[in-house]
Design a protein around this ligand. Structure first.
Ligand code: HAM
Length: 442
């Protein structure tokens, strides 16, 4: 018996409580879902323009993928994953991010043998058990892209250009692109040692978290939000002074590609990301409109990830943007998402006989892909008219006993209140032509 069922049995006599969504998750109701659809549609267009194709991977993966890919010592893997055992005893985890999954699929299907560069995008929910607050959820959504198979800095530049194009595509202007290089396996170890030595001098002044980070992950102290750590970090040695020739050249070339594209950036030598797979480029796009969780998007290069999860040496670079965070900015700026879909025509019927006729008509109208609503609650004509108005229908077709007898129905234009009789045989054609007029006008 599952743990849930055992618990339930114990509580079987307990009062039935009203159930709610789980803390840190959100329901997206119809008055909001049209905004999400709008964002997704627009973003898909942008990805198409950059020639990125969609990839969908499962919601859960073997835990080992994330443990090895993201790094055992990261906050995500050590504290935040939703991990469970399935009945076969395999440890599974709801995906906390997509990059490891995309790379897993790339290796699994030997995509390197099929094409030189794999450019993919995703729009997907992610799961992290963080403390919920504004802009931080336990189920959140990312829009992201990965370019796998190229180690050139122009690929990094394209990924950054793409991320900014999405942000600017929604008229967000108040943001900063922060850029850094986190080196590679040949130059980072030396820097890590130097950094450790520096922080050891201030050991007793560091926050408790940073004391723990010191031995294994001293780079994470650099982006600590704790004021004491921040002060100590100010004078810490910076990685840009310790990059090997290859990383240095990559960083210089990337900057010149960004300059060439007219992309403004701020070098932030303290920018280290919360995932261990990054090499060379690391970037974040932050906005002061977001408060403490100020990153709209983050990304970078991950040339060692493939080998870490058992694949050949394959370079990659990508980014992911938090949809809820972008939504916060858009709502704040009263962004125009257009309007939710409305029925073009509302069919109001007055008795069972006319309801049957009305339902046949609704079926025909809907087959022509014209949005049509018909009352399902047997309401009075008055309340059906009120409902048609509330829903913003452009026309109402009224069918009652009299109409059934005369073979005509009454059509009301809701914008000017004009009413006309239309023969049943002509009603479909009438509505179709009105709809065609309306849609070509838009
Ligand atoms: P990340 O920085 O962990 O990177 O997440 C990317 C974005 O997802 C963040 O900038 C933020 O907007 C959003 N986000 C993260 N956690 C939460 C949360 N708990 N609630 C709401 N939004 C959140 C990655 O995930 C990498 N996979 C990005 C990447 C792709 N790097 C290379 N390719």
């Amino acid at each position: 018996m599952s743990i849930y069922l055992k618990q339930r049995k114990k509580n079987i006599l307990a009062e039935k409580r009203t159930l709610k969504n789980v803390r840190g998750t959100r329901d997206i109701l119809p008055d909001e879902s049209y905004k999400w659809q709008y964002i997704e549609e627009r973003v898909r267009k942008i990805f198409e323009v950059y020639n990125y194709k969609e990839i969908r991977t499962p919601i859960f993966e073997e835990t080992e993928l994330f443990a090895r890919g993201i790094g055992e010592l990261t906050d995500i893997v050590s504290k935040e994953m939703y991990t469970f055992f399935d009945k076969g005893g395999t440890s599974l985890t709801l995906k906390p991010e997509m990059t490891a999954s995309v790379m897993r699929a790339y290796i699994q299907y030997e995509i390197n043998k099929q094409m030189p560069i794999f450019k993919v995008y995703y729009i997907s929910p992610m799961f992290r058990q963080e403390r919920p607050q504004a802009g931080r959820l336990r189920q959140f959504h990312q829009i992201g892209a990965e370019a796998i198979g190229s180690q050139t800095p122009e690929t990094d530049a394209e990924i950054i250009d793409l991320a900014l194009d999405i942000i600017e595509g929604f008229e967000i202007k108040n943001y900063t692109l922060k850029l850094n290089s986190v080196g590679c396996q040949s130059c980072r170890p030396q820097y890590k040692t130097i950094l450790k030595d520096y922080f050891r001098h201030f050991y007793h002044e560091l926050s408790e978290d940073s004391k723990k980070r010191l031995e294994n992950n001293p780079l994470r102290i650099l982006d600590s939000k704790d004021e004491r750590d921040k002060k100590i970090s100010e004078k810490a040695p910076i990685i840009l002074d310790y990059l090997c020739d290859e990383c240095k050249a990559h960083f210089e070339d990337l900057k010149s590609f960004l300059d060439n594209l007219g992309i403004k950036y701020e070098i932030d030598p303290h920018l280290v990301r919360g995932l261990d797979y990054y090499t060379k480029t690391a970037f974040e796009i932050i906005s002061p409109e977001l408060g403490s969780q100020d990153a709209i998007a983050g990304g970078g290069r991950y040339d060692l990830l493939s080998k870490e999860i058992g694949g050949p040496a394959i370079p990659g670079v990508g980014f992911a943007l938090g949809v809820e965070r972008m939504m916060l900015i858009l709502e704040k700026n009263k962004y125009n998402f257009g309007e939710p879909s409305k029925p073009f025509v509302f069919i109001a019927c007055l008795d069972t006989e006319s309801q049957k006729l009305g339902m046949n008509l609704a079926q025909k109208i809907r087959k022509k892909m014209i949005p049509c609503e018909i009352d399902l609650l047997q309401r009075s004509l008055k309340s059906q008219m009120r409902e048609a108005n509330r829903q913003g229908a452009k026309y109402v077709i009224i069918i009652g006993e009299q109409e059934v007898k005369s073979g005509k129905c009454l059509v009301r234009d809701m914008r000017n209140g004009k009413q006309m009789d239309v023969n049943f045989e002509q009603i479909l054609e009438f509505i179709s032509s009105k709809y065609a007029e309306e849609t070509t006008k838009d």
